[in-house]
Design a protein around this ligand. Structure first.
Ligand code: PAF
Length: 285
């Protein structure tokens, strides 16, 4: 696996691969890899001639009071994991390489960026889509792989790709979970042992909600209340939001008649966690 830190060198490498007719899969990441990242890498390796992973903790998507400085980093370990997953190129630029001068251009996806996490993280999704637009312009992939764990991020990025006519496909791959159901996340490392145990309640609440919907409950407010109750009963976390929204446009749903996204964010003293579940509705008679 090649580790490339310069945009110029990466462009040269990609151009030469393109000349040889190679297809390129791309996984944007902020590093500190877990099985969720590795599953995206393996999927890309299976489906493309060449797989490129970017490792860049993007300062532009962190708010002033967020965890940029303590975001976990371990380049050596990440490089060895990516190589083991069959990745061909690890693109690991510095902040100065990505943002050599004051950034005056921002990409913003209206409406979809405002609710859910966007309501608590002002400017976050603008930072995400801006860096993804830059990365896609640098890597020029055929396919980009994203995780369903960051459901809103995937919806926002897909809309940006569509609206701005970027020539690539986006594949959203399933969330990987720990044996007790906790969605894998680089931030799980911050949880205290007690918080880590309690955090299993997040996926449990979503699983139970899903079962209720599939058994016929169609009142979204009841589902949301049940999820909140279970989290409050079983954890010390405070709830930032629990929503039942349309999968396509993230708009709140009152009656569950089509596929919905159940999404939540909570704040433990040590870390902020998100999780979600898509519930597919078969036509009810
Ligand atoms: O999901 C992430 O790790 C980041 O938001 C992304 C997509 C790599 C952009 O910095």
């Amino acid at each position: 696996m090649k580790i490339i830190k310069s945009i110029k060198l990466l462009r040269k490498e990609i151009a030469s691969l393109r000349k040889k007719g190679k297809t390129v899969g791309f996984i944007p990441t902020m590093g500190y890899f877990h099985e969720g990242h590795l599953s995206l890498m393996r999927q890309s390796v299976k489906e493309n001639d060449v797989s490129v992973v970017s490792l860049f903790v993007n300062p532009v998507q962190f708010g002033p009071k967020e965890d940029l400085s303590r975001y976990p980093r371990d380049m050596k370990r990440d490089a060895s994991l990516a190589a083991g997953a069959g990745v061909d190129i690890l693109f690991a630029p510095s902040v100065a390489e990505m943002y050599p001068s004051e950034l005056l251009t921002h990409v913003h996806v209206d409406a979809l960026s405002d609710g859910l996490c966007g309501a608590f993280r002002s400017g976050h999704f603008s930072g995400v889509v801006t860096v993804v637009a830059k990365l896609v312009n640098i890597v020029l992939p055929d396919v980009m792989y994203l995780g369903q764990k960051d459901a809103q991020q995937a919806v926002v990025i897909k809309k940006m790709i569509k609206d701005l006519d970027f020539a690539l496909r986006v594949k959203v791959c399933p969330t990987l979970r720990e044996p007790d159901g906790l969605a894998m996340s680089s931030r799980n490392i911050f949880l205290s042992p007690t918080e880590r145990k309690e955090a299993a309640a997040l996926s449990k609440s979503l699983r139970l909600a899903r079962q209720k919907i599939l058994k016929g409950e169609s009142d979204a407010s009841k589902i949301v209340s049940q999820i909140k109750k279970l989290i409050l009963d079983e954890t010390s976390a405070s709830i930032l939001y629990v929503v039942c929204v349309s999968v396509a446009d993230l708009k709140p749903v009152r009656r569950i008649e089509k596929d919905v996204l159940l999404a939540l964010a909570v704040k433990f003293p040590s870390a902020r966690l998100i999780d979600n579940e898509i519930v597919t509705i078969k036509k009810r008679c």
